[in-house]
Design a protein around this ligand. Sequence first.
Ligand code: SF4
Ligand code: SF4
Length: 93
Amino acid sequence: MSEVKFRGAHDLPPCSISVTHELTKTGNWRNAKPVFHKERCIQCGICWKVCPNACIKLGEYPEWDMDYCKGCAVCAEECPKDAIEMEDERVMI
Ligand code: SF4
Ligand code: SF4
């Protein structure tokens, strides 16, 4: 499989227009959070492109804004290198 590099806003599908706004903060009701394994990452940008909340930024490597991540796991599912794992954040009582 060839690598795909996404580096510009023109690559974004319409559904991924940024929704990082006070009204869309989802970090306080998330059940699971993505944990990044940098050593596996090939910097393809797929996680950035598929995140429905546009809460992943691309620098040299992806970075997550956890205030807006809703824990949907799309990034983890779509990462071709399993560089993102979902970690349970539920508090057991
Ligand atoms: S878990 Fe969902 S909302 Fe959070 S960064 Fe991944 S794709 Fe985006
Ligand atoms: S975390 Fe996975 S999907 Fe995201 S840039 Fe790295 S290899 Fe690609």
